[in-house]
Design a protein around this ligand. Structure first.
Ligand code: NAD
Ligand code: IPM
Ligand code: MN
Length: 347
């Protein structure tokens, strides 16, 4: 029987609840479809940091490298560990080290879910650059605590990085509705964002079958609310993609529905699958986190592993659940009840 090695990183807060739910669903889907998942769970988190002084051990990245894929819950517990420490100690280094340069985030309404918009007829695939840009980590602070204090944080856009994410966007658009929206702020940011726009324009010659339009980020934010049905594939830089995909989550009914995949398209290292949402300290330990975003991310993992049939069955089980109203309204159903419904819909 085909076996996949999965590293499980539940992380903090509701990350633990939703990964447990996703694991149960994925294991059942595997058993029903003739393959198995062997999961190894690591306790790397803010609690781990308080005990050990780091978010993961020194060989953490090398430990993860031997897996076929990584399933992550959420990282961050700002009351105990500053977010800038916890995220730069676990989540962000994994995305960079494993060259997971394409962060894919689908936004559409599941059946039975009431979104906040008049338009319910949208199906957007956000592609977020995931290794550089505004998240390059280049910068520093000098003269801290004095009147002369200076803080610098530099965005880095490389030809290699911009070309590969745009090509990924063009390919996705080609495989879907044939429309690509490229998002920048090149009216104000005249170096990096003009470079991105020029690269979009240059590559478009190689994809004559894709209709590409460049938008400014501010106009795109409005468009996602006013005319989301006009969008197909949306490609954006790291920070812009981050913000747009919480907006995407909102128009699909909430953060409990937004899935994501951090993909290494060359398959030179494992890819990582995680919901868009964070550790939600406000609802942690209440048993009311919606696990659908994490389960959907798990379906994306099965798809990436080549288990397309099982991935489709997990999606169908999610849709059958929300179509019955279970998990469809934020905060109404318990995590366990939603998970139980998805599990039984797999039968
Ligand atoms: P958040 O996504 O954790 O929460 C925002 C709001 O959405 C909260 O009101 C929360 O209750 C709600 N929410 C989120 N997921 C939900 C779910 N599955 N079901 C129901 N409601 C849900 O964002 P935040 O509050 O800005 O961040 C909290 C912590 O998580 C911070 O430490 C932050 O840095 C971290 N974070 C981590 C990730 C990640 O690991 N990928 C992503 C975002 C934020
Ligand atoms: C996300 C999160 C992370 C990001 C944070 C926690 C660093 O918001 O995955 O969307 O900005 O990438
Ligand atoms: Mn985010």
């Amino acid at each position: 029987m085909k076996t996949y090695k999965i590293a499980l990183l539940p992380g903090d807060g509701i990350g633990r609840d939703v990964t447990e739910a996703a694991k149960a669903v994925l294991e059942k889907a595997a058993a029903r479809n003739g393959f198995s998942l062997v999961t190894t769970s690591y306790p790397w988190s803010c609690d781990y940091y308080l005990e050990n002084g780091s978010m993961m051990p020194g060989n953490g990245i090398e430990t993860l490298r031997s897996f076929d894929a990584i399933l992550l819950g959420a990282v961050g517990w700002p009351r105990k560990v500053p977010d800038s420490v916890s995220l730069h100690g676990l989540l962000l280094p994994i995305r960079k080290a494993f060259v997971q340069y394409a962060n894919i985030r689908p936004h559409r309404l599941l059946p039975g879910v009431q979104g906040p918009l008049r338009s319910e007829n949208f199906d957007i695939l956000c592609i977020r650059e995931n290794t550089e840009g505004e998240y390059s980590g280049a910068g520093g602070r000098v003269h801290q605590g004095t009147d002369s204090e200076v803080a610098v944080e530099t965005s880095i856009f490389t030809r290699k990085g911009v070309e590969r994410i745009l090509r990924f966007g063009f390919e996705q658009a080609r495989a879907r509705g044939g429309k690509l929206a490229s998002v920048t702020k090149s009216n104000a940011q005249r170096y990096s964002m003009v470079f991105w726009d020029e690269t979009t324009e240059r590559l478009s010659a190689e994809y004559p079958d894709v209709e590409v339009t460049s938008y400014h980020i501010d106009a795109m934010a409005a468009r996602m609310v006013m005319a989301p049905e006009s969008l197909d594939v949306v490609v954006a830089s790291n920070l812009f993609g981050d913000i747009l995909t919480d907006l995407g989550a909102a128009i699909q009914g909430g953060l409990g529905f937004a899935a994501s995949a951090n993909i290494n398209p060359d398959r030179s290292a494992p890819s990582m699958f995680e919901p868009v949402h964070g550790s939600a300290p406000d609802i942690a330990h209440l048993g009311i986190a919606n696990p659908i975003a994490a389960i959907w991310s798990g379906a994306m993992m099965l798809e990436h592993l080549g288990e397309t049939v099982a991935a489709g069955k997990v999606m169908a089980a999610i849709e059958a659940t929300t179509a019955r109203g279970i998990g469809a309204s934020p905060g109404r159903d318990k995590t366990d009840a939603i998970t139980a419904s998805v599990l039984s819909a797999l039968d």
